[in-house]
Design a protein around this ligand. Structure first.
Ligand code: SAM
Length: 228
């Protein structure tokens, strides 16, 4: 049984995919997808021995050790050429870590058809890197679970240069288009938080002008996206 967040991630894995789940921890995503018959081969990568052992135990308990290879490796080094991986999931980490894992493994990515990424924070860093590497964002999703808002970014290699505006990088090209209630609530909340900070700064002394300007700029961007 997957959480709402991991269900949304798993839903973006195509039927019959050969999956690598990097930073798999409990290996819930590969186990679920293989057990349900949606896919029949996966690699679960973990860099830390604790989660690696947890993943191995879970895969063995599920009786799926022939279909799911659990490997102790840093990032995309868990993937071997013979795996013929076409789909990579990286979920539940910060955007900078996800970007760094992708950047260090760019050779492995040459044959990959789809990335399903769920950065907990710094989604913009991930979108920027994807565009630079000529991956186009084909879908996005935003959801609320346990008092946190999660964004899922699905990307595929493009044969043309990929360009996103500052706005699309920050808010997500598909998310800002769809304007779901969760998206609106996320940015309304950010707007109110920034306004509260600005009100406090107005009372304080020696506040750097750049700090105020940055908050005002962000508020402007949010208002444009929410009301544009
Ligand atoms: N993907 C699962 C999820 O979304 O629920 C687990 C997320 S857990 C918070 C992040 C996992 O990523 C940890 O188990 C950590 O050990 C692993 N991790 C961090 N850096 C990694 C790297 N460079 N290579 C492989 N795994 C990594």
């Amino acid at each position: 049984h997957l959480t709402k967040r991991l269900t949304a991630v798993a839903n973006f894995v195509p039927q019959g995919a050969r999956l690598a789940d990097i930073g798999s921890d409990h290996a819930m995503v590969p186990i679920n997808l293989v057990a349900s018959g949606k896919i029949d081969y996966a690699v679960a990568g973990e860099v830390i021995t604790g989660p690696f052992s947890r993943a191995q135990a879970a895969v063995t308990d599920a009786g799926l050790a022939t279909q799911i290879q659990v490997r102790l490796a840093d990032g995309l080094a868990a993937i071997q050429a013979g795996d013929q991986i076409d789909t990579v999931v990286i979920a539940g980490m910060g955007g900078i870590l996800i970007r760094d894992i992708l950047a260090r493994g760019w050779r492995t990515l040459k044959t990959v058809k789809r990335l399903v990424l769920e950065p907990n924070v710094q989604e913009d860093v991930v979108r920027t890197w994807l565009a630079q590497q000529q991956f186009t964002i084909v879908a996005e999703s935003i959801l609320r679970e346990d008092n946190h808002t999660y964004e899922i970014i699905v990307a595929e290699p493009s044969d043309q240069p990929v360009n996103y505006t500052t706005q699309q990088i920050k808010f997500g090209p598909h998310l800002m288009q769809a304007q779901s209630p969760v998206f609106q609530a996320k940015w309304q909340h950010q707007l109110l938080t920034n306004q509260r900070i600005l009100a406090n700064l107005a009372q304080a002394q020696n506040v750097p002008q750049a700090k105020i300007a940055a908050l005002e700029t962000e508020n402007q961007q949010i208002m444009e996206v929410l009301h544009g």
